[in-house]
Ligand binder design. Structure first.
Ligand SMILES: Cc1cc2nc3c(=O)[nH]c(=O)nc-3n(C[C@H](O)[C@H](O)[C@H](O)COP(=O)(O)OP(=O)(O)OC[C@H]3O[C@@H](n4cnc5c(N)ncnc54)[C@H](O)[C@@H]3O)c2cc1C
Length: 380
């Protein structure tokens, strides 16, 4: 089905991002494989993405961005990384654009905007957001002492955790309160008492640096508080729909990429004297996967338009996230099956995409939590 949400300006942007990925990320020298083995993307690639205009598109022009608040550009950045088979590079960039930047845009003071927005758009400043803790509940504390917050605690599974220059940390500024006691505080690279663990070893998403972050009497100036003290939980709730839509959109793009690779494969590969794609089982499987993917695509595109119109509800975003990531799991699994043994070999993009896909049902809030959100919206 023809997609109707893009205009010429988006198509041009897509073309230039595709060229950027081919030239700087995929390359013809195996560099992406090296980043996967190293478990991290070189920082310079963020700067290259920034100079190409692919980071912080929504940052106002006076701070060095494009000043364009249009999620369709973000969609393209996430999609093209999946189509190029470099989804785990894409995660770092979409984390910066789709997940971290909205907090900076919404809650920075003028002085904070001057300090940070230009660097986020140019890629000189890499961002992360640290919500998840090794235990249950928010145990990271930020207790005010004069003109500083003193942070103690640990965050885990933090994307861009090693590369990040600015980490938005959700911490308890008032341990006596529950949600009302949480604030968002930006911790900068080099802060004394702030350390990062080794990169965590993961099943997939290998080019993505994921780390544990520790705070031991880390003193952060009060001017690094984002927005109002005690409002952190409310800010998280209002920004999570965009994060979940971003995950859903990348999931659908991963399915589309898998279908292209698999169709090529089943046309080329022969068994019993005929292409494996000519078996009825292959045709039926691919027909089912094409249908599931296209239906998921229609909902995600609709959600993107709702987001730009300021109408995306937490329930709609939760539906998109759980549904599309479940579809991704099914599609990738069955595409691996159609590749036979080669589908299990990491030299094939389908194998890497399969491994990368598993986490999407977990991060951004597990799919069980998505169903809680949807269920509660039904008054249950
Ligand atoms: C690769 C990767 C990158 C990540 N990046 C980030 C990041 O950048 N920043 C960040 O803050 N976090 C990040 N995370 C953390 C991620 O968001 C969490 O792992 C996820 O939200 C689940 O939380 P948890 O691990 O504490 O699981 P738990 O909450 O312990 O869940 C364990 C199981 O219990 C179930 N469960 C829990 N509560 C309920 C309930 N109320 N009802 C029913 N079932 C329930 C869950 O669905 C799950 O099946 C990342 C994780 C990974 C793996």
């Amino acid at each position: 089905m023809r997609r109707t949400l893009f205009e010429d300006v988006h198509d041009d942007f897509r073309e230039s991002y595709r060229t950027f990925l081919e030239r700087e990320v995929v390359g013809d020298d195996g560099r992406y494989g090296e980043w996967e083995r190293a478990g991290i993307v070189p920082r310079e690639v963020f700067a290259l993405a920034g100079s190409g205009g692919f980071l912080g598109m929504a940052v106002p022009e006076r701070y060095g961005g494009a000043g364009v608040e249009d999620f369709r550009f973000n969609l393209i950045v996430g999609e093209e990384a999946q189509y190029a088979g470099v989804g785990s590079f894409g995660l770092g960039v979409t984390l910066q654009n789709d997940i971290c930047l909205p907090y900076f845009l919404s809650y920075c003071t003028e002085q904070q905007s001057e300090r940070w927005l230009g660097g986020i758009a140019s890629g000189e400043l890499i961002t992360a957001i640290a919500m998840t803790e090794p235990g249950i509940g928010s145990d990271t504390r930020a207790i005010r002492e004069g003109e500083h917050y003193v942070l103690n605690g640990t965050k885990t599974f933090i994307t861009n955790g090693v590369n990040a220059d600015l980490v938005i940390v959700a911490a308890k500024t008032d341990p006596a309160e529950r949600h009302r006691g949480i604030s968002l505080i930006v911790v900068e690279r080099g802060t004394e008492g702030f350390s990062r663990s080794r990169k965590l070893e993961k099943i997939g998403q290998h080019a993505q640096d994921t780390a544990e972050l520790s705070f031991a009497d880390a003193r952060v100036p009060v001017e690094n508080l984002l927005g109002e003290e005690g409002e952190g939980f409310r800010y998280l709730v209002s920004n999570l729909p965009q994060e979940r839509l971003s995950i859903a959109a990348s999931a659908v793009a991963a399915c589309e990429a898998a279908l292209v690779w698999t169709l090529d494969y089943v046309r080329e590969r022969h068994a019993f004297g005929q292409p494996i794609g000519s078996f009825q089982n292959s045709r039926f499987t691919l027909a089912e996967l094409r249908t599931e993917t296209d239906i998921a695509r229609a909902f995600v595109d609709r959600c993107a338009l709702a987001l730009d119109a300021g109408e995306l509800t937490p329930e709609d975003a939760a539906m998109a996230k759980w549904w599309c990531t479940e579809v991704q799991g099914r599609v990738l699994d069955r595409c691996v099956q159609l590749h036979g043994g080669y589908g299990y070999m990491l030299e094939y993009p389908i194998a890497r995409a399969f491994a990368d896909a598993r986490v999407t049902r977990i991060y951004g809030g597990t799919n069980e939590i998505m169903k809680e959100i949807i269920g509660r919206s039904l008054g249950l």
